[in-house]
Design a protein around this ligand. Sequence first.
Ligand code: PHE
Ligand code: ZN
Length: 867
Amino acid sequence: MHERIYRKDYQASEFLVDSVDLVFELDPAETVVKAKMQLRRNPDGPARGGPLRLHGDELELRSVRLNGTRLDVSQFEADSQSLAIADVPERFQLETEVLIHPAQNTKLMGLYTSSGTFCTQCEAEGFRRITYYLDRPDVMARFTTRIEADRSSYPILLSNGNRVARGDLPNGRHWVQWEDPFRKPSYLFALVAGDLACHEGTFTTSSGREVALEIWVEPANADKCGHALASLKAAMKWDEDRYGLEYDLDIYMIVAVDDFNMGAMENKGLNIFNSKYVLAKPSTATDDDYEGIEGVVAHEYFHNWTGNRVTCRDWFQLTLKEGLTVFRDQEFSADMTSREVQRIKDVTRLRTAQFAEDAGPLAHPIRPESYIEMNNFYTSTVYEKGAEVVRLYQTLLGRDGFRKGLRHYLETHDARAVTCDDFREAMAEANDADLTQLERWYSQAGTPIVHANGVWHESAGAYTLTLSQSQRAMPKETEPRPLTIPICVGLLGANGKDIPGTVRTLELNEPEQTFTFENLPERPILSIGRGFSAPIKLEMKRSHEELAFLMAHDSDPFNRWEAGQELAKRILLGLVARVLEKRPLELDEGLVSAFRKVLSDPSLDGSIKALTLALPSEELLSQELSLVDPDAVHRARGFVIRELGLALRAEWMRTYEQHARGADAIDKAQIGRRRIKNRALRYLVALEAPDTIALAVEQFGAATGMTEYEAAFVSLVDLDSAETDRAIAEFYERWRGEPLVLDKWFRIQAMSGSPLAFDRVVALSKHPDFNLANPNRARSLLYCFAAGNPVAFHRADGRAYRFIADQVVELDAINPQVASRIVSSFNQWKRYEPGRSGLMKAELERIARWPGISKDVSEIVERALER
Ligand code: PHE
Ligand code: ZN
């Protein structure tokens, strides 16, 4: 039905575009777009002499001129999807004029309006919704943009590059002309027009050039830009220090809009951002929001080199820019905040979303082989697993080797559109290393499993470690071949310290290899996969005592946390089994004492402590089960939370009180204080005792910063008490005017562990402030419910499945990209017990049959239903 595109079918473009001059006559209802393009046949292209075929999408063509002469309808073929001209010379000028309707553009791809501001989104294939074009990343052209608009409604007119001229027009209109000196693919084009306020700054580059920094927002938000600006400056500095990369234009602009399908977009010189990743002040944004902003601002900035200067040849190569840029932003955030906290966050995100994707029907390699709708491949596999694969290069080559390789890659391929192979070859060349086996990480899907078996040879004083690897065989694909897997290890002695000479990076290249450690003074304890050195699942027999020992002593902070999570996971899974067998539950004393030790350890900072004292989520636990019963998982986990609350009540209380008061400042000490305080609060409120509930009520009433306010609200919404309804009402009254804060109100109710969560979500979907057309709002309520509230979404009567499916179908007619994200919550249907799995399948089938369903949603649903 819909066409499937294959990586193996790639062909260079028959035509190239040298330059594009665009004129926009802006009007929300009907905008005229004129394009004047200089084209020529591609000397390196395939078969010569074919017609020119330009991409389009929902365009109304008004006229076409070839070398100045207007073509009549017999000389071209046009519909809303394409424009074809059979007879064109070697080199020519093409002028087109089209009409588009920005205010009706609810897909938010191409040119659209958001709260009255014009903005664009062109990646991946949105430029064709603006004008007919060779809308593919390997066609790079020089762009100029003239914007004409009503002066009073749209005083600010922005596009890529430098502003070169401006002037007035009759009828209260004006114009501005922009020129981008860098050749670029169309997906990096951007335009903004509106009544915006500017938060300004400057940055002086290492070579002494001064760059103007401009953050453009609605005037009411002018007081929420400081953190985004500071993050931008820090990112610019970091890229100079770490990689010697300088910014290349004299101006860098960021615009925040309320309606945006993704996080943000790296358009050359003019980033467009979801306002969620720009706007923050302590009273409206949490510590996690602040970190999110810092990471995303940096990510888009880093794209200027890894993405824009060197871009992708085709969309199958997406991870070339995304995996690499995510790796760069992770490293940046690690340097800005705390390396271990950042690593734990990144690995948790990878395991929660990417491991699930890799285990489900949508599993694909980081460089996919085919797609129907490219927008469906902006996945955690391409982004997060892609970043882990980039990290492998650094682990294998060292930081300096990686830097050398990255610089070599950027130098050899500057201003070109290249492939993942080009990246790997540049890395190998710069380091004189053989990296051919790494190619398999790009072509094989699924999470590799590494099985580890250690043997102590007392008499020889030797320890042998046998590692073997295996991978899920994908249907229709060739047998998986062994990967290069770096495994960082260390051996601990009984004193808890690394035994000298045992800290190594083992390189597993074969299906099975044995590594030997000799001359050991004592029986060691293995710490394996330090820093999460590869995106694999580890299987190894280990006792609870060994895990508790590692949790207390491992010199690698990531593995200390990991040992605690592994211990908790094993205990929780044991309890899930007991729930299913209807046997009484009992909490392992080992977990209580391990938690007590962490809680009273003065050497740990608050953030790490809070992360160590968090239990693995219901989603992560469910991944370990062959047939998921979400109620059993929820009960087991709830039981452990309450038991830990009870057993350590005095310690939690002391921790809470010790950290209760402080400043709202967003710095490492205060963030750590708030994290451990709020972790204690969660355990205390879970006891549902009047005095612990009172703590949350008190915190909710007194908090002046959003982190503490939100945490108290989360705790209260999990309960079913009079305090809950009061808090919900108060929150709304206080924040109804702040869309980003109101999103939290929707999200927290959607994710609540209360049995009332589903009924609340249904009611909220009819709330006057709910708006399916606004992606942030739709995601806050629907996605967060379907993907983040397993026990409520998977209620056994299937009503939540039906509700979400109904919403998906309704949303699909408005914005298929967002609808297809939400429908992915049904992907794992085969993993649930038969009752639920049948109900989920029925909803998938109903969606699949729905008349007029988009190709975005149908691709996901069809894949989920295959076989
Ligand atoms: N390229 C953007 C990023 O990761 C993401 C994005 C993709 C935004 C598609 C919009 C549309 O930085
Ligand atoms: Zn990106």
